[in-house]
Write a protein that binds this ligand. Sequence first.
Ligand SMILES: [Zn+2]
Length: 119
Amino acid sequence: MLTKQRQVIERVLKRASRPLTRKEILKFGREELPKLGSATVDRSVNTMTKNFQLVGVSFPGQPTRYELPSGQEHPHFICHTCNQVYDLDIPMQLPRVKLPKGFYMTGGEVVYSGVCPKC
Ligand SMILES: [Zn+2]
C-alpha cells in the first residue's frame, strides 16, 4: 500500500519536473489516487527524504519543496511574483569552499531569482 503511494509521489514529481510542496504533491497525487491522504503524503515524504529518494529544497519564508534526486547539480529559480520554484536544466558545479573549523557540509544550493515566463 505504502509502496503504491510512494510510486504516485515519484510519478507526480517526475511529471512536474520542478520541486513541489507537500500541498502540491497531495493535490497532483489525488488526481491519480483520489484517496491519498495528507498524513500519508507527510509520512511518505519523510521516509523518502530519509532514504535519499527525495531531496528537500528550502528557501527562506517558503514551505520546503521536494524533488527527485538528480545525478546532476542544477540551479533553482524562484519567481518573486508567483513564488514558483523551477529547476533550471543547466549543469553546473558548486564552487568549492573551505569551511571554518567544526563545520561539516552535506549539501549546497544555487538559487537564482526574478520573474518567470508565466508572470
Ligand atoms: Zn511567476
